[in-house]
Design a protein around this ligand. Sequence first.
Ligand code: NAP
Length: 482
Amino acid sequence: MTLRHVVIGAGMAGVLSAIKLHDAGEQVVVYEKASRIGGTWRENTYPGIACDVPSHLYSYSFAPNPEWSHTFAPGPEILAYLEAVAERSGILDMIRFDTEVVRLAWDDDRSQWDIDLSTGARDVADIVIAATGVLHHPRYPDIEGVSDFAGAVFHSARWDHSVPLEGARVGVIGTGSSAVQIVGALVDTVGSMTMFQRTPQWVLQVPNDPIADDIRTGYRADAGAMRALRDELAIGFETRFANAVVDADAPILAQIEELCRANLESHVLDADLRAKLTPDYRAACKRLVISPNFYESITRSNAHLVTDPIVRIEPKGVLTADGSLHELDVLVLATGFRVDQFLRPIDVVGRAGARLDDVWSARPSAYLSVSIPDFPNLFLLNGPNGPVGNFSLIDVAEIQFEYVMQLVARVRDGRCRAVSASRAAADRFERDRVEAAQRTVWVTGCRSWYLDDRGVPAAWPWTFTRFRELMAAPDLADYDLV
Ligand code: NAP
């Protein structure tokens, strides 16, 4: 049977899905709300943006890239890579740009999704793949007076490139990965750089050297060497880091903390500043920040770290609790993302009128991160409860896609018309994951975007190795096959 697949989103995971489906000769259309592909790499254009997963790992397994300029490639290079892969794979014609999916409604009689689009057009799909991203909806801080600021103010993921920065007095609210990269990239350009810190971060110093020409030439000539490099990076990442963060007692976490502390102590000689920058929680409890130069940047003579709480924003700048008004020309809100949205604001109506907004009213969840009971033939890539934050999301999406295709094959072969996780399996998964989450380093006493409204980590709480094993093949006993 020929199935019509609709993919929502043309970011890294949507492009992956389109390529794989196209290569398999399947019918596929991708709806993308923007006018360009790239997802997070299109939306985050702040100065200094780079991926902190090594580029040779943060690449599709089927499209190694010998041309990466650095160990951790800058954002624009990653965007160009995604665009080049999409173009040479011949999938650009399948993407409907500037078209947002507004509503998805399941028709049980036809076993199809009816789709309403922002253009007013409608479509139908046998299979929907939601590749709508995780760190997608900017979180604006609940600080009084933001709109009163007389200078330029914008979120890190909505960078306003028309605003001149040279010589400007720039403030950055936040100390996460985005803020740290912004401060490092701009401190030598701006007049002054003021970082407003609510919580200090553990920062691991990892150099980001250019990859030499002769090494790139070698990669061009030897595809096997590139594959071996990717495998080596994946195994190293998995065993030395990703598997450790889910075990609060893992010795490697103490070693990482020591490395972070040594980074701080060797670069920040002023005892007061060092004390302010020293976290009082364990390394990797919050998402670990990786930077080649953060402490060097924050100790520049034009850099200021403000730790007094923000009272409000005034037209001239930021007023803090000690009564100081920090006058600024530009204010960057590097305040993170709402990680509880996923598919929304799409209005998704499943079997018997079940609304996703109601099902997820407390918090989003999905069985093994890919399937939701009563929402048949709808699969999520990088959905709720998946491995995020400490893994290569490209690897995650590839593994999830192959798993989903094994379920879709049953519909294609006519062995069933509709497939979704059973309620019992989803409930069991939810119970097990909440219990396992209590053993992770993420619950050892810090605030972070990993935690849901109850303080339970929303992410995959087991090792990446277990993720790969469970995703090798679906256990059909956990699915309702209609
Ligand atoms: P984030 O890690 O969520 O950091 C948000 C920052 O804003 C935190 O320092 C937070 O303080 C602060 N903040 C939020 N509301 C505030 C308020 N009302 N007043 C004062 N401070 C406030 O966000 P992010 O830096 O954008 O990073 C999010 C994730 O994206 C990262 O963890 C990472 O997974 C990914 N990322 C990766 C890279 C990379 O690959 N290099 C780069 C950027 C982002 P508290 O800590 O006190 O909450």
